[in-house]
Design a protein around this ligand. Structure first.
Ligand code: SAM
Length: 261
């Protein structure tokens, strides 16, 4: 049996009911599919049964990548690389459906990169991704709640997000200490335009740097005390960062960009 590497977040999904559920979330037949971290191929084999048109997997672990390649040679293409070093924008000539039971230690970095690095058009049709529950809770958090923050704001900018279900540690081997959640993401048709997504990263970083403090200090830091944006967006500086809704953050990023133009 394969010895799981903790450093690569290897918790293999072994519950067949959940594997079946994952491949029924969205159409696979005749679609182009990307799987992140196929590992021992548990989810991979369920995807193959659904007959995708094209199937690519990205696996960092050399031994597992070789094993997947040997087992499914004519059914998929393996990219033996770190997903964080792959530019998915230029990998495909048509939109992709992405599956991933993501390595927990880099799951937010993967998702954040995909959103921040999106070119004009989306390279994916939808994403079916597993996160540790605590991270999923932050991704889908609503404003005025304690889980709401940078991750919620960045993820919800261009994507609709639906929670599919929570998953208990028993579904994995080795068994993780935490619960997991499965999320489904698909592109929004309309979203507030921000030319450089790094502006949104900057705004949210400065605002949530001290999430318990009032908005006065971060607002003044970004807008140099200029009250125009404040009045336009009707922001009360006595509130706290978690009290501003998603659109207000996107509008703040937009106004911040106008400062430099
Ligand atoms: N999909 C398999 C399953 O559900 O049983 C394995 C999931 S396991 C949680 C995460 C997988 O991602 C492992 O196979 C691991 O080797 C791979 N992985 C970890 N870090 C990676 C990275 N930076 N780039 C690509 N794959 C990575």
């Amino acid at each position: 049996m394969i010895k799981a590497k903790k450093s690569l977040g290897q918790n293999f999904l072994i519950d067949k009911n959940i594997l079946e559920k994952i491949v029924n979330i969205t159409e696979i037949k005749n679609k182009t599919i990307l799987e992140i971290g196929p590992g021992t191929g548990n989810l991979t084999s369920f995807i193959i049964k659904k007959k995708p048109k094209k199937f690519l997997v990205i696996e960092k672990d050399n031994i597992l990548a070789k094993k997947i390649e040997d087992t499914y040679k004519d059914k998929l293409k393996v990219i033996n690389d770190d997903v964080l070093d792959v530019d998915e924008n230029s990998l495909f000539d048509e939109k992709v459906t992405v599956f991933g039971n993501l390595p927990y230690n880099i799951s937010t970095e993967i998702l954040n990169n995909w959103i921040i690095n999106l070119k004009n058009d989306f390279w994916f049709e939808c994403l079916v991704l597993m996160f540790q529950k605590e991270v999923a809770d932050r991704i889908i958090a609503k404003f005025n709640t304690s889980n709401y923050g940078r991750l919620s704001i960045i993820c919800n900018w261009k994507l609709n997000i639906k929670k599919i279900c929570d998953i208990k540690p028993e579904a994995f081997y080795p068994k993780p200490k935490i619960d997991s959640s499965l999320l489904f993401f698909y592109p929004k048709k309309n979203f507030i335009k921000i030319n450089n997504p790094n502006s949104l990263e900057k705004i949210t970083r400065i605002f949530f740097n001290q999430r318990r403090k009032m908005l006065k200090k971060p607002y003044n830091q970004i807008f140099n005390g200029d009250k125009k944006v404040l009045e336009k967006l009707k922001i009360d500086l006595n509130l706290r960062p978690q009290n501003l809704n998603l659109d207000t953050y996107y509008k703040l990023a937009y106004e911040y960009e106008k400062l430099g133009s």
